[in-house]
Design a protein around this ligand. Sequence first.
Ligand code: 5GP
Length: 114
Amino acid sequence: MADTIFGKIARREIPADIVYETDEVLAFRDLNPQAPVHVLFIPKRTLATLNEATAQDAELLGKLLLAAADYAKREGFADEGYRTVVNCNEHGGQTVFHLHVHLLAGRRMHWPPG
Ligand code: 5GP
């Protein structure tokens, strides 16, 4: 599958403001933040969209969400609250085709999203 900007970030070929890392997950600040805290959690291994995930990826998908929750606790905004979002394909608003979980925090979120 095609490489993306996030693949290059995962391989440290281009810079990013990395805030969290495990063996399989990397997180860095979004270039165009939509909240005071806006961090993207990606698997280091490339997976284009949620549609490509299989049962074999179940643990990895869980690790992405657990990483987001761990980061929220570490940073002290877990109790106040936050939002996690995975956009998929055109109608989901996905623009970078390397699966990622958005973590948004630091302001009150609205529902439904636009
Ligand atoms: P999507 O629309 O695919 O769900 O989210 C992609 C996100 O990646 C957007 O929020 C966008 O601002 C962010 N983004 C795009 N290119 C870069 C980049 O080169 N570096 C960083 N840190 N974020 C990026």
